[in-house]
Design a protein around this ligand. Structure first.
Ligand SMILES: Nc1ncnc2c1ncn2[C@@H]1O[C@H](COP(=O)(O)OP(=O)(O)OP(=O)(O)O)[C@@H](O)[C@H]1O
Ligand SMILES: [Mg+2]
Length: 323
């Protein structure tokens, strides 16, 4: 397999401009995504996952700035594109299924009209073509297209709505699909079903997927590579096998120990003590040090660099970069 990079994010910094000052929700994050892989992005609530996705798509809310860095997509820096050029990329090349999107479908519109409207919005006015494409993708997602297309959103279960949203995001056969917590709002059985369908879709289309979740167990299930984020910072990244077999960062270890073990002993499930720091006035040194059981003096003073401890396996922690 070639290792062509479809996306390369370099030193990305994203600020929400707040009354108290700039809030760096993504802070000096660098990683690349290899074509055809499923890359999981994991971290607790507030770690900057959604902000990262919105920055890649340049779909950030008002009063938010990409302060620094680049997002290279096939060698083109998306940060520098005009709004018009960016519109040619969104949906067509990179598509996004937002977090908590289940209620984003218009209740007064039939599902088929959502597809037609999305097509129209991006310059495809051939209804027949759009419907053909919709049927093809819905089939891959195990949706009965005749019934679903001519129904209204309220007639669909959560799992069906999520599949419709994924199908909608795929009508232009994007190269990169970003799914933001696609299973979070669903019951366990439906989560399982959606994960299997995404894996199946990935096998058939070979598209590249960025899969955002706060649940590290889901990452083990679906992703090839993992990016662990905390408080806007990248803590660890690597291929899932390596990182899960041998997690280095204390934060990754803590996330992993929160997975209930196979015996289902709920008492063994630990959550990570403490909470996210104030990002406007962050702690000095390593941003995780106030919660880190291994922190030593240097961690309080200096920020650890991201160090590649093995090809492709990167850790930002003084435990591994102290020379
Ligand atoms: N519009 C906004 N204005 C100001 N701060 C914001 C805004 N949106 C997000 N933030 C802050 O940015 C940080 C990162 O938020 P983000 O939503 O990217 O995290 P997340 O990892 O996606 O969390 P979750 O798992 O809850 O979806 C948080 O501290 C959050 O409070
Ligand atoms: Mg989010």
């Amino acid at each position: 397999m070639g290792n062509e990079h479809i996306l390369e994010v370099k030193n990305l910094v994203v600020h929400y401009l707040t009354a108290r000052g700039p809030l760096p929700a993504v802070n000096d994050v660098s990683f690349s995504i290899e074509k055809g892989r499923i890359v999981g992005v994991v971290g607790e609530s507030g770690s900057g996952k959604t902000t990262l996705a919105l920055a890649i798509l340049r779909q950030l809310p008002r009063l938010t700035r990409i302060h620094k860095g680049s997002v290279m997509f096939y060698g083109i820096d998306l940060v520098k594109l005009s709004e018009k050029e960016m519109n040619e990329i969104r949906w067509k090349k990179i598509s996004y299924v937002p977090q908590a999107a289940l209620n984003a479908l218009n209740p007064t519109m039939k599902i088929i009209d959502h597809f037609i409207e999305t097509g129209n919005a991006h310059g495809i006015n051939d209804k027949k073509l759009i419907v053909e494409k919709a049927v093809e993708i819905m089939k891959m997602l195990n949706l009965e297209s005749e019934r679903v297309l001519y129904g209204y959103p309220h007639e669909l279960s959560g799992g069906m709505k999520q599949r419709v949203l994924i199908a909608l995001s795929m009508i232009f056969e994007p190269e990169l699909l970003i799914l933001d917590e696609p299973t979070t709002a669903l019951d366990l059985l439906t989560q399982r079903l959606i994960l299997d369908l995404i894996k199946d879709l990935h096998r058939r289309t070979h598209m590249t997927v960025m899969f955002i979740t706060h649940d590290i167990a889901t990452i083990a299930d679906i992703a090839d590579d993992v990016i662990v984020m905390y408080a806007g910072k990248l803590m660890e990244k690597g291929d899932v096998f390596t990182v899960f077999k041998n997690p280095h960062h204390p934060y990754t270890k803590a996330l992993m120990s929160s997975i209930p073990d196979l015996t289902g002993d709920i008492n063994k499930m630990r959550s990570i003590p403490g909470s996210l720091p104030d990002l406007i006035n962050p702690p000095s040194g390593c941003i995780f040090h106030p919660r880190c059981p291994y922190a030593f003096e240097k961690c309080k003073r200096e920020e650890p660099p991201a160090v590649e401890i093995k090809p492709g396996h990167v850790v930002s922690c003084w435990l591994y970069s102290e020379q």
